[in-house]
Write a protein that binds this ligand. Structure first.
Ligand SMILES: [Zn+2]
Length: 171
């Protein structure tokens, strides 16, 4: 299911288990945040088709963290540069999020759910991965790399941020 968040932001919600994915268009660049799980592959392809975009046309893929329900379809985006935190992704294929060159995006490190969890602030929209959800929900801290202390610090960090629209990893 596609939900339009803003004139240049779309949210993909899948029927099978997997994270939400987001498409953002900035300056003729097509950016995806998270990919859902591998079970979401065909739905994601179909949704992109409805927006008249092929997965091969995606320029940049950003991963909020390294969990399979968010990273299951990386291989769909053959021409994209893929970015994530080096605290979550150690392989060379994933580029360091600190080197992402999109001035409109502010990257906020938010460990707690995983070591290398990040949120992305774009204008008044916060893409929060599995750090925070709607209605005060927060991510699990009992998985590998999770930490209650770090989550507390990350939540405090997010409280300082002025956003109007929350785009979480799960709805
Ligand atoms: Zn997760």
């Amino acid at each position: 299911m596609i939900q339009k968040i803003k004139e240049n932001i779309w949210q993909f919600i899948f029927t099978q288990f997997g994270s939400c994915a987001y498409l953002i268009k900035i300056n003729k660049k097509s950016i995806i945040i998270d990919t859902g799980s591998e079970w979401n592959k065909y739905e994601l392809i179909e949704d992109l088709k409805k927006l008249q975009i092929a997965s091969s046309q995606i320029d940049i893929l950003i991963l909020t963290h390294n969990h399979p329900d968010h990273t299951g379809n990386i291989n769909l985006f053959q021409n994209a540069k893929v970015y994530g935190s080096k605290k979550d992704f150690s392989n060379d294929f994933i580029l360091n999020i600190n080197n992402l060159n999109i001035p409109e995006f502010k990257i906020i490190e938010t460990p707690g759910h995983s070591k290398g969890g990040i949120c992305i602030l774009y204008k008044d929209v916060l893409f929060s991965g599995d750090t925070i959800f709607h209605n005060g929900g927060i991510g699990r801290m009992d998985l590998q790399g999770g930490s209650e202390t770090e989550m507390k610090e990350s939540l405090n960090k997010l409280k300082e941020i002025n956003y109007k629209i929350l785009c979480p990893g799960h709805v």
